[in-house]
Design a protein. Structure first.
Length: 364
């Protein structure tokens, strides 16, 4: 039987580890904060409610070495802003044949993770891939409890290079048949609708978040018709960048139809009709992953790739600058620019070749 390792014990990691346990798969769980693991260890696993009901046995690991030992598949369920750090920390303990799936990769996650493993001196023959989005809409409801509000019907995933996607999914689909092969990581990366649904909504609701402590629903209340109109402009920029790289990216409305079966004439109406979003609360504060993850690993790489491909991204640029102004930091300097991904000076042909083949030759 396949063995799984889940890295991360927040909303998604706890739900995924518990679900694997409910299905009977051996699963280890590691978290950056060891105190998070202690109550899970005390009860021996995770209690789930919602779309999945039951108790899932989980083996807690207090070191990455122990967590990774014997794992066929490593599921990284952490904010994408942590991917580089986790790659560096995993590098000494990875072994030939292990498959790593970033859940999700956001934009250019697999590229950053693989680049970081190489920088850390990892020589193991591991496959690194990314999912386009997370499998669930879920929330941690207690120290060893989680609620799965909804499970997506299908989630595209791809490996770097693209030729190894089949090998990656051989270790994933026995537990999660919802994962489907995507052509390459630029498809999964540039279908990243989290970059559309998260940072813009949080930034445009900054006053409401601060004045209410997030006492409203992120999607249902935070996305009004005017907010949705700006999100549709941002979405058009993402799709244009994807087109420049030869990717037929789904629009946000098309993605909602594919993931949740919701089809409506406008983005506003589609979001309002998505049952899995009905009870998802807004961030309690602005220092939240919807900004600190989705700006540097969503908006920044989209804008940077746009610049590399000659595509204008004024709404993405404006939102990045607003975030910079609110927090007094430079999200571009900390984000996934083409320079930080090892692709400085590359044109569209070289960027696409890397995703297909994993290495590049001297092309434009």
């Amino acid at each position: 039987m396949l063995r799984y390792c889940v890295i991360g014990a927040g909303h998604g990691g706890l739900a995924m580890a518990g679900h694997l346990g409910v299905m009977g798969f051996p699963v280890s769980l590691w978290a950056r904060n060891p105190q998070t693991l202690e109550p899970i260890e005390a009860v021996g696993g995770v209690f789930l409610e919602g779309e999945v009901e039951g108790f899932g046995p989980v083996q807690v690991a207090y070191s990455l070495e122990a967590a990774l030992e014997g794992a066929d598949a490593v599921l990284v369920v952490l904010p994408a802003s942590a991917h580089r750090e986790i790659a560096m920390r995993c590098a000494p303990y990875l072994r030939d044949g292990q498959r790593i799936l970033l859940l999700p990769g956001r934009t250019a996650g697999a590229i950053e993770f693989r680049h970081s493993l190489r920088e850390a001196g990892c020589t193991a023959d591991v496959i690194v891939g990314e999912a386009q989005t997370f499998l669930y809409a879920s929330r941690k409801t207690g120290p060893f409890q989680a609620r799965i509000h909804g499970i997506k019907r299908q989630v595209p995933a791809a490996a770097l290079p693209a030729s190894r996607t089949g090998e990656l999914l051989e270790a994933i689909k026995p537990a999660f048949p919802q994962f489907m092969p995507a052509r390459w990581v630029w498809k999964t990366s540039l279908d990243n609708v989290g970059a559309i649904f998260h940072p813009g909504v949080a930034l445009l609701n900054a006053g409401r978040i601060e004045s209410t402590g997030g006492a409203f629903r992120h999607y249902v209340d935070g996305i009004t018709p005017s907010v949705a109109a700006l999100l549709e402009q941002l979405d058009r920029e993402r799709v244009a960048v994807a087109r420049a790289l030869g990717v037929g990216a789904l629009t946000a409305r098309e993605w909602l139809a594919e993931a949740y079966g919701v089809e409506r004439p406008t983005l506003y109406e589609a979001i309002q009709a998505t049952r899995a979003y009905a009870d998802v609360g807004a961030p309690a504060q602005l220092h939240h992953r919807y900004i600190w993850e989705d700006v540097p690993t969503g908006l920044v790489p989209i804008a940077s790739l746009g610049a590399a491909c000659g595509v204008s991204t004024p709404v993405a640029d404006a939102l990045i600058q607003i975030a910079n102004g609110i927090f007094g930091v430079d999200f571009r300097a900390m984000g996934r620019t083409v320079e930080r991904l090892g692709m400085a000076g590359w044109g569209p042909a070289r960027i696409t070749q890397y995703a297909l083949e994993g290495d590049v030759v001297d092309v434009a």
